[in-house]
Ligand binder design. Structure first.
Ligand code: EPU
Length: 423
């Protein structure tokens, strides 16, 4: 299996072009199931998760073709398929988001029930509650969820113990757009990725109001027609490179970003001592005289709070800060697999329930570490960039799921990082 080898301590400088958002693109790709005619998507990142979604959609009669200019064209050509099989769905939990749109357009949808996940307990009860609330009949049998009946609309409340649900909201929205009546989603997810999906659907002819707020009002329409769309920038990728710049006190600028989507992250990065020059579509880290990072507490929350998808990278940063920081996970209270791996590099981290307590240290030394999930692998790479000696990050297939050309982007700003292919 491939490894990523990092030799720490190099000085970084330069600019990083941020890709389109994986988590915005995935549900928009699934929306091809409710749209008639071709869709042309720009700014879609070339990632394993996107390939996986294209494969699942292909099994459901949606063709997808990358164009020479990097855009992705999709079209539902065979609308008779309605079953997403286990072998494809198990490669990626996000594929559960085909359920709502397939049901709405084809009258029935059968999707493998998602299995376990390293982030902890990840149920789909809210997805099913939402769909049931707008008319779905739901049967769970043989490891599959089958949704049938017609979409009639209704009022649903979509929050659970950990707040709103991103893909649950997307699933219900994509069904409700073709409903016979009006759907009101109370406590809808506010994430920019959900807003991007809604704006895209409206561009195809949907009637969604309240986008970006807790109450989405969706008036069903008869049909949707394909359009051209440019996916929003990846705020998580941008925040990852900014954390990296902060750790090394490096003059690095991230370009093609949407700073308005990053308010909570920028707040915490600045609290940690980063001097950020925020432009309209770029953010520059200006090296500070002391180069010191300040211990900073962070609590992850649904948007507009601090994203759980930056928790591991922020933890890697706090490992080098002076003082003690407390990082609390309110979205996935078990999402701390990276803490033990960071400890292998010399980090001092203690777990207390949903919190990690980090005592900053100047001395990290390279070691072999194991990536447990996508964002954990990014956190380990960041720590490797400041550790003495070399760090080998194993199970890099996780990083390929969500960071486009990460080695090349880091090499271009001066990092000593390479992929070692095991033969
Ligand atoms: N939840 C329920 N019931 C449900 C659905 C969710 O209790 O039916 C809980 C979850 O267990 C969690 C919380 O609600 O505690 C939030 O989960 P959510 O449904 O919002 O997560 P998701 O939609 O499955 C997306 C991202 C994740 C990101 C989360 C939270 C995509 C493809 N995935 O997942 O991204 O961590 O929102 O922001 O959009 C990643 O990119 O690395 C990643 C894991």
């Amino acid at each position: 299996m491939d490894r990523i080898r990092i030799r720490g301590g190099r000085e970084l400088r330069g600019s990083v072009a941020i890709s389109g958002s994986k988590n915005a693109a995935l549900p928009i790709l699934a929306a091809a199931l409710v749209v008639d005619g071709p869709i042309l998507l720009r700014n879609v990142p070339r990632l394993k998760d996107i390939d996986n979604m294209c494969r699942i959609l292909a099994s459901l009669g949606v063709r997808s073709d990358w164009q020479a200019d990097g855009s992705l064209e999709l079209e539902a050509v065979d609308k008779t398929q309605y079953c997403a099989p286990y072998d494809l769905v198990r490669t990626m939990r996000a594929s559960f988001v085909v359920l709502g749109p397939m049901w709405a357009r084809r009258g029935v949808a059968r999707v493998s029930y998602p299995g376990g996940c390293v982030l902890g307990h990840r149920p789909v009860d809210l997805h099913l509650k939402g769909l049931r609330g707008i008319g779905a009949r739901i049967d769970v049998e043989d490891g599959y969820v089958t949704v049938s009946g017609s979409v009639r609309g209704g009022t649903i409340y979509l929050a659970g113990n950990y707040g709103s649900t991103v893909l649950g909201t997307a699933n219900v929205v994509m069904a409700a757009v073709l409903g016979k009546g009006t759907t009101y989603i109370e406590s809808a997810a506010l994430e920019p990725e959900v807003a991007d999906l809604c704006h895209f659907l409206n561009a195809c002819g949907a009637h969604i109001q309240g986008i970006g707020s807790h109450l989405l009002t969706i008036e069903g329409v008869e049909t949707l027609t394909g359009c051209e769309w440019s996916v929003i920038p990846d705020r998580i990728e941008a925040a990852t490179y900014l954390s990296c710049a902060g750790m090394l006190n490096a003059p690095v600028v991230v370009e093609n970003v949407e700073p308005r989507h990053m308010i909570a992250v920028l707040d915490r990065l600045q609290a940690a001592g980063l001097d950020l020059d925020v432009g309209t579509d770029s953010i520059r880290n200006v090296p500070t005289a002391s180069g010191k990072l300040v211990a900073t507490d962070v609590t992850t929350l649904p948007y507009p709070g601090f994203p759980t998808d930056i928790q591991a990278q922020f933890m890697a940063m706090m490992v080098r800060a002076s003082g003690v920081s407390v990082i609390t996970e309110k979205v996935y209270p078990e999402r701390f697999m990276h803490a033990n791996e960071l400890a292998r590099l010399g980090a001092r981290i203690r777990r207390e329930g949903p919190s990690a307590i980090i005592e900053g240290t100047d001395s990290l030394s390279g070691a072999p570490v194991m990536a447990s999930d996508l964002r954990a692998s990014a956190g380990l790479i960041l720590a490797g960039l400041v550790a003495d000696g070399h760090t080998d990050v194993r199970r890099v297939y996780h990083i390929d799921r969500g960071y486009e050309r990460i080695e090349q982007k880091l090499q271009a700003i001066g990092a000593d990082i390479e992929r070692i292919r095991d033969t």
